[in-house]
Structure formats: C-alpha cells, structure tokens
Design a protein around this ligand. Structure first.
Ligand code: ZN
Length: 245
C-alpha cells in the first residue's frame, strides 16, 4: 500500500475507438486497464483521454496530481501546446511523470528531454525479455531477473535520449535488437520514468509484472516536500553587511 498517492492516468484513447484489434485487447480502454491493475497498490487514480476538454489536464486536475502517466501515439501532434506547457510547469515543480511506450514521441517527453527521442521499431512477432540492469533500484522492487512478454512491438537502439540518471531495464528482442527500456531523469523538482512495453494490440497492461513496475515507478516519482525556497529572485538586501568599498 502506498498511502493514497494521487495518480492521473492519461491515455490518448483513440486506437480503442477505431481499431477492432485494440478493442478486443482493451475493451475498457488502456487507461482503465492500467487503473484497474493499480487498484491493489492503494493509489487514487483517475483516467483522462485526448477527447476530454483540455485533454483532461486542467490546472484543477494537475494541481491535485502527484504522478501523471502518459500513453499517446496517433495524436501526439494534436495535443494542445498550452496543455504541454502546463504539464511541463507541473513537472518542473515536482509532479512525477511516467512516460509509457509510444509516449516516447509525445510533445511533453521530447520537450523535457530536449532530444528527438527517436528509435528503431518493428511490429512483428518478437518475444521481449525486459532484463533488470539495476536490481537495487526501487523501480525494480519485486521483479525477478527479467519480465518476458511473449509478443511485443520491437523498439531498438539507438534511442535518442539524453544519458539517463538511472538505467533500470534493458530489453532484448527475439529479432536481435536491444533497447534501454526503463530509465529515469530529473527535471527541476520533477522525476521522470520512461518504461517501454505497451503496444496497443498486445495484452501488455494485463501483465501483473508490468503493472508492478508502473506501480513502483509511481511510488518513486512521487513528489518530495523539498526545500521551501522564497519566490523573490532579486536578492537586493544581502544576508551579511557588505563592506564599503
Ligand atoms: Zn506501439
């Protein structure tokens, strides 16, 4: 249990409306499936999609969010810039952010990383083995040597991200590629965790190990109280008395 952290799950929600294969795997939508999986962890979850006014990410919602998770794909470029600006502001002020799967190409992730976040990909029949590369990291709590997903979309290196603060998972794919599939950064007061698996046509978010990593990531990314820094930037009056010169 993790004492009621407030988690906002953002799921683009368009594939579920128009692709039968996705409806079959996620009849309740990917966001609601993630929320359901997180139930046993004691978080307070709410789910929003692209179609909600302001994509659901209003000041009212974000000001009451400890950690935001982001899954997007088809509509990255249609996400309103004002909303991206707002999410960035909240992350810099301490809100945690989990970026899932194709969220690597979202405006918010590219903004926060400052790189293209581009990668290689293939949608085929690859098995994915997500190896733990940093077993002492709290995001790996309770995971074994690896998580094996019988079928997933392949993401391969190079992944054009800034060097992560921590590299927690590395994926191997049946076709021979590897990928830095779990990594963290900090931006301002905010903690960011990218976690790779989650292609919409595979039942990845029904996998309890995948949900466990997301739950661990939420706990890790939750804001700290931090220092109370005065908002005034102009330090006109020095702390010590300056000598006359
Ligand atoms: Zn995908």
């Amino acid at each position: 249990m993790t004492d009621g952290l407030r988690v906002t799950i953002w799921n683009e929600g368009r594939h579920e409306q128009i692709h039968e294969a996705v409806q079959k795997v996620y009849p309740d939508g990917m966001g609601n499936t993630i929320a359901k999986g997180l139930q046993t962890y004691g978080y307070k979850t709410q789910v929003f999609t692209f179609d909600d006014p302001e994509h659901g990410l209003t000041d009212e919602v974000l000001s009451q969010t400890d950690v935001l998770t982001w899954w997007g794909h088809m509509l990255h470029n249609d996400v309103q810039d004002a909303v991206v600006d707002r999410v960035q502001k909240y992350v810099l002020n301490g809100m945690g952010l989990l970026v899932l799967h194709s969220g690597h190409e979202s405006k918010i992730f590219k903004r926060l990383m400052g790189t293209t976040c581009d990668l290689k990909w293939r949608e085929a029949t690859d098995t994915e083995r997500i190896w733990v590369s940093d077993p002492g990291h709290p995001i790996a709590d309770g995971i074994g040597d690896f998580i094996e997903l019988p079928q997933e979309e392949m993401y391969g290196e190079p992944f054009y991200i800034p060097t992560p603060d921590h590299q927690i998972f590395i994926s191997w794919f049946e076709g021979g590629e590897v990928f830095r599939s779990g990594a963290t950064w900090t931006r301002g007061r905010g903690k960011i965790f990218y976690f790779r698996p989650g292609h919409e046509t595979y039942p990845t978010y029904h996998n309890p190990q995948v949900i466990k990593v997301i739950a661990n990531g939420i706990k890790w990314a939750a804001p700290n109280p931090g220092a109370s820094i005065s908002v005034e930037r102009h330090r006109k009056v020095p702390i010590e008395t300056l000598k006359a010169k």
